[in-house]
Design a protein around this ligand. Structure first.
Ligand SMILES: [Mg+2]
Length: 269
């Protein structure tokens, strides 16, 4: 056996041991929570906090413009005979139109305060949203109205297109992924672009599929993390009512204003 070969096999062995040690040191935790305040149980001085936006940080004042309405629009289009792709495209058009006018509120009365406290405490906090980057400026306006600014302590303040083909963009502390793309892969592209491997990540999202997807990426990277399936919006909101949403949509299209859920319900009775 040549000396060169011996050195090479020694190096491979060392790398294998290092890889094993890294992955065995990384700790993964998964939890379901119904209040954003539960984040404090996990925050360390090294934590990078990654937050979904819709139904995690913000939600509309009424049913129209919300996530449940969006997914119901897809169902309605599918029932009308559209393919999933066409139904999604049409639903996105309507949802996006509403986003340009709708006023948002924090999901919990203290959501924006928790984010500010994390930022003031020196934690890096970024957004990771399924919203398309064409809505980036409008999203930042919506967040600013509730006192949330992801530019305060991000990984980088520089906006960047992470992938031109998929329109993946990082802007003002938020990664805009797009509805059909994977959040885990988007996060990986973001971390690679900035050559960053955080020591500890806390990720919050109201959709289990996104929590699992990001969790998978963090596991592959061997990053210690806490993946939190956030159910705060689900827990406090009443059941979705399609009639209320449809009436609000009709009113918005004809009058250009929003009916509250109470006003819509009254009109329906
Ligand atoms: Mg969400």
């Amino acid at each position: 056996m040549s000396l060169k070969f011996l050195r090479l096999s020694k190096l491979i062995k060392s790398l294998m041991i290092l890889g094993f040690a890294t992955s065995s040191l990384a700790q993964a935790q998964y939890e379901e929570i119904d209040s954003i305040e539960r984040i404090w149980e996990h925050v360390t001085s090294d934590s990078l906090v990654i937050l979904d936006l819709d139904d995690t940080v913000i939600e509309p004042q009424q049913t129209l413009g919300g996530d449940k309405w969006f997914y119901d629009l897809i169902d309605q289009r599918r029932a009308a005979g559209h393919t999933l792709e066409a139904a999604l495209e049409l639903a996105l058009q309507d949802w996006t139109e509403v986003q340009h006018h709708v006023t948002m509120k924090p999901v919990e009365p203290r959501t924006h305060l928790v984010i500010r406290k994390l930022q003031a405490g020196g934690n890096r906090v970024i957004g990771l949203t399924a919203r398309d980057s064409t809505l980036a400026d409008r999203t930042i306006q919506q967040l600013s109205k509730i006192g949330v600014d992801f530019k305060i302590s991000p990984i980088s303040r520089k906006s960047v297109i992470l992938d031109e083909k998929t329109n993946l963009r990082y802007h003002e502390g938020i990664i805009f992924v797009g509805e059909t793309k994977k959040k885990g892969q988007a996060l990986l592209k973001f971390l690679d672009h900035h050559r960053v491997r955080p020591k500890h990540v806390i990720f919050l999202d109201d959709k289990e599929k996104h929590v699992r997807c990001v969790e998978e990426t963090l596991n592959e990277l061997g990053i210690t993390h806490v993946a939190l399936w956030y159910k705060g919006a689900e827990a406090k909101n009443s059941a979705y009512n399609r009639d209320i949403a449809n009436l609000q949509w009709h009113h918005f299209k004809t009058e250009g204003t929003f009916l509250t859920d109470e006003e819509a319900l009254k009109k329906l009775q």
